[in-house]
Design a protein around this ligand. Sequence first.
Ligand SMILES: [Zn+2]
Length: 267
Amino acid sequence: MKLPRIIRSLLLIIFLYIPFQGMAWGLLGHRIVGEVADAYLTRHTQKEIFKILGTESVAMASNWADFIKSDPSKSNYSPWHYCDFKGGASEQEFHTFLDADTTVDAYTKLNFLVAELKKNTLDQETKAMYLRLLIHIVGDVHQPMHVGRAEDQGGNKIKVMWFGVSYNLHSVWDNQLINFQQLSYTEYAKAINHPSEADRLIWSKEPISTWMWGTYQLAEKVYADIKQPDQKLDYRYNYDYLAPMNQQLLKGGIHLAALLNDIFKKR
Ligand SMILES: [Zn+2]
């Protein structure tokens, strides 16, 4: 049976607009963090990164760690993207958990990557791989559902309705809320990259554990706002969470820049 031309055209349009799912902080979130970071790199850091990545920008290098998920030989990197814990933890409990953490997760692997990149004994290929992983994971640990609860796999098991379409809470935070803003990553970075000097200085000095406590606190608020299965999220959710999400993206970029400037500083 041959479908009428108009139907075929409509099917093609629908197919082209089915959004990609399952990436962490979708393409956009990671690139925004990378683009913000780029604005705060020292000349020296920029030169060192150029030696490793060439003309590949920090923003474009940020997605590689998700792209390798399509390569079965690299499946062991999957737990590097998140660090889940129980809900309702105090700040003290959270830090005790991180201090004792020896499992493969975003926290232990970020510390591993920083230490490895500082050594400066890696071959060129490993250095590029570790740098791309580091850029990506710094972004991930600012997405609240990447420092969420283990029991629901960081919101992956929580079904919600986003403007009438079924998604899980994790993917709303990876993709839907950020894509809803309809900005390119460069437009987005330009729009949010206006920290006060005081905030920028404070955020630049924070250790990784403090970043993660901040993300965890936002995750707790996100969880508390989900009160029933298939909860409807739409304009009001965007209104409530746009500012906290943008702050996470901005902090992510500033944290990433500070970390890269520290790793590559002249010793
Ligand atoms: Zn990721």
